[in-house]
Design a protein around this ligand. Sequence first.
Ligand code: C5P
Length: 395
Amino acid sequence: MRILIGITAGIAAYKIPLLIRMFINAGVEVRCIMTSDAKDFVSPLVISTLSKNPVGIAFWNKETGEWNNHVEYGEWADVLLIAPCTANTLSKMVSGACDNLLLAVYLSMRNKTIVSPAMDLEMYQHPTVKRNISVLIADGVHVIPPDHGELASGLSGEGRLPEPAFIFEEVVKYLSLGQDFLNTQVLVTAGPTYEAIDPVRFIGNHASGKMGFALAENFAARGASVTLITGPTVLRTEHKRVQTIHVTSAAEMFEAVQRHWLDMDLGVFSAAVADYRPIHPAEEKIKKTNEALSIELIKNPDILAWAGKHKTATQRTIGFALETNNAVENAMEKLSRKHADAIVLNVIEENEKCFNSDTNKVRIFDVNGLSLELPTASKAKIAQGIVDYITRIRL
Ligand code: C5P
């Protein structure tokens, strides 16, 4: 588990070192970001010592010359907790302002954000603050309401940061709720396959593997043990719960799937497997002596169809489809022919590319006759939507 704690400039920041300690003792990896005013309330030295990591404050660290990459923070964290969260940061989160590292990370978060607002009595009661909090809730942010009690101003009322133990429990509750694939074995195929023509040439396609890797990481972040079988790609994943098997051809991918399928609960087949391969790949590099060259091709095994045919009553298979005409009809046909439980159709708009793009738009069809469209978003967000769909319908 990885928690990113964002500390903003409130008196209650003095409680955060204790909270960090609790996470560290529970075996959670902790990184912290502070706004620059927060340094006046609690020392970055204390925060970095307790969290066992450098503290991110500015986009650019003048001492080390390093750039604090907000996107990397946003992908790293299983959850972002902003505590204490000031009225100022709340309002910037609502408007999308991005003038410090913490706000840039908030906008880059792949997973959930939790905020724990803390401020003085009148401030917390102000309609602007109340309105901002309700907008954040609508945006999917989880808000831990402040406690009633003694405030730094000497007043007493609502606005106090809850005790570290309470915040700790709230976050743990969220994190274990997020573990909806615990004890689940998931197989994911990704990337293209390369089919040898001779020792140096192949038939392949433009698939990048980005969708499959995003799916594997989303499943893993939610507790699954993932076996990722990927064709040639430059992508790598460091996630501890993803075991990556690199293959080149459809035959190798098929062999790897067959070897692992029995142990799996779920298979998501996002690879763009080459439909055909040269029947007799040449042993030596083919010379360009003839004006014309014919290469005889033979059909590759259909891996998704094989898994669909060989699944037990509890195993589930999800396939992908990329169609340029009669998309829905063809996706439905694939659903039944390949015995899949759901098909994710890549929706391709005019002038749009799908391969190698960082975004995607899909429509999911399942055996229960349900369908859902996920509008254009990053492949990470689409992966999350697909995995959510799988849990929601539990196919
Ligand atoms: O038939 P088509 O290639 O359009 O089907 C796409 C779906 O089938 C994808 O899920 C893809 O991963 C899977 N597939 C496969 N093995 C093949 C061809 C496609 O697993 N040989």
